[in-house]
Design a protein around this ligand. Structure first.
Ligand code: NAP
Ligand code: ZN
Length: 340
């Protein structure tokens, strides 16, 4: 990936009356950025500028903007537009609107392309800009804008927040480690289900998980069969679902948010015989994303991050592809690392 600053070479749309101009400070590196950069989902329209976990400062507001003022600290996540009028938008679920506009690799409202957060500035409709709570750190808080809402929303929607219940978190990466923290804040017992033995001590000591299940250890998996009420599956690659389904109790719920590039095989018998549910979920709407930020601010939840310079993005992506990040890279877009 060419790591030159994008805004100097690519179009950023004119500021409209409802728009906010944002100077980007930090941007998280989501595995979706890697899927998109490598065109693993087949709909990348190059050139792209990835990045949808943006924290920045408002530097200009359009004439009708009431919600924000110059100097406000704000966030932008995965979406920057929708039709605003359909039933889905009226339920504050803009993320599911058929006309949703993604923060990058999408057609913007003026017909130009959207470019994401690995750049200096971005222009966003105020409806899609979040107030960023004062006590959240701008760098470690940035990943909440995608990783955070992507696990918070299904936990709320599918009723996975009942204190004392047992949550399995499959895949301990950017999404997974925030799911562990949210699970503990909701009062759940949390087990990490991972392919990486090296993450065991950290999962428990640093992230607060109650236990760790190495998915390649058949004895341990066998011992855990039928023990979990819910599983949130954040795995970024093709993987078998059967072992995860087997870990659920009767009436258990397996919610997938990871987006592997190929379909997964779903075993039907164990679902039917255990009245189990498999569901999916895509980020969250703007109202719920704001609610999630306030929840994280209240519970002191932010990501564990490795802060990098823009020119380190290629090696960061290589490490991300190998599940080798503790637990989210965040790009120091405004170059604060260079400041004294
Ligand atoms: P990530 O930081 O790379 O974490 C993914 C984790 O999956 C890895 O740390 C690893 O955990 C596990 N994993 C990776 N390859 C695996 C394999 N071959 N077999 C088994 N486990 C494997 O990625 P992320 O940013 O959290 O994103 C995770 C997925 O969610 C991506 O597919 C991303 O596109 C998707 N996503 C979806 C939404 C949505 O709205 N639904 C939003 C954001 C991201 P262990 O080392 O613990 O095994
Ligand atoms: Zn993302």
């Amino acid at each position: 990936m060419n790591s030159r600053r994008a805004s100097s070479v690519l179009h950023v749309r004119e500021l409209g009356s409802e728009d906010v101009l944002i100077k980007i400070l930090y941007c998280g590196v989501c595995h979706s950025d890697l899927h998109a950069a490598k065109n693993e989902w087949g709909f990348t329209n190059y050139p792209i500028v990835p990045g949808h976990e943006i924290v920045g400062l408002v530097t200009k507001t359009g004439s009708s903007v009431q919600k924000f003022q110059v100097g406000d600290r704000v966030g932008v996540g995965v979406i920057v537009g929708s039709c605003k009028t359909c039933d889905i938008c009226q339920q504050d679920l803009e993320n599911y609107c058929p006309k949703v506009i993604l923060t990058y690799n999408s057609k913007d409202q003026d017909g130009t392309k959207t470019y994401g957060g690995y750049s200096d500035i971005v222009v966003v409709d105020q409806r899609f800009v979040l107030r960023f709570p004062d006590n959240l750190p701008a760098d470690a808080g940035a990943p909440l804008l995608c990783a955070g809402i992507t696990v918070y929303s299904p936990m709320k929607y599918y009723g996975m927040t009942e204190p004392g219940k047992h949550l399995g978190v499959a895949g301990l990466g950017g999404l997974g480690h925030v799911a562990v923290k949210l699970g503990k804040a909701f009062g759940l017992k949390v087990t990490v289900i991972s392919t990486s033995p090296k993450k065991e001590v950290e999962a428990i000591d640093r992230l607060g998980a109650d236990s760790f299940l190495l998915s390649s250890d058949p004895e341990k998996v066998k011992a855990a069969i039928g023990s979990m009420d819910y599983i949130i599956d954040t795995i970024a690659a093709v993987h078998p679902l059967a072992p995860l389904v087997s870990l659920l109790k009767m009436n258990g719920k397996l919610i997938t948010v990871g987006l592997p590039d190929k379909p997964l095989e779903l075993p039907i018998f164990p679902l039917v015989l255990g009245r189990k549910l498999v569901g999916g979920s895509d980020i969250g709407g703007m109202k719920e994303t704001q609610e999630m930020l306030e929840f994280c601010a209240k519970h002191n939840i932010a990501a564990d991050i490795e802060l990098i310079r823009m020119d380190q993005i290629n090696s960061a992506m290589e490490r991300l592809a190998k599940s080798d990040v503790r637990y989210r890279f965040v790009v120091d877009v405004a170059n604060s690392l260079a400041s004294p």
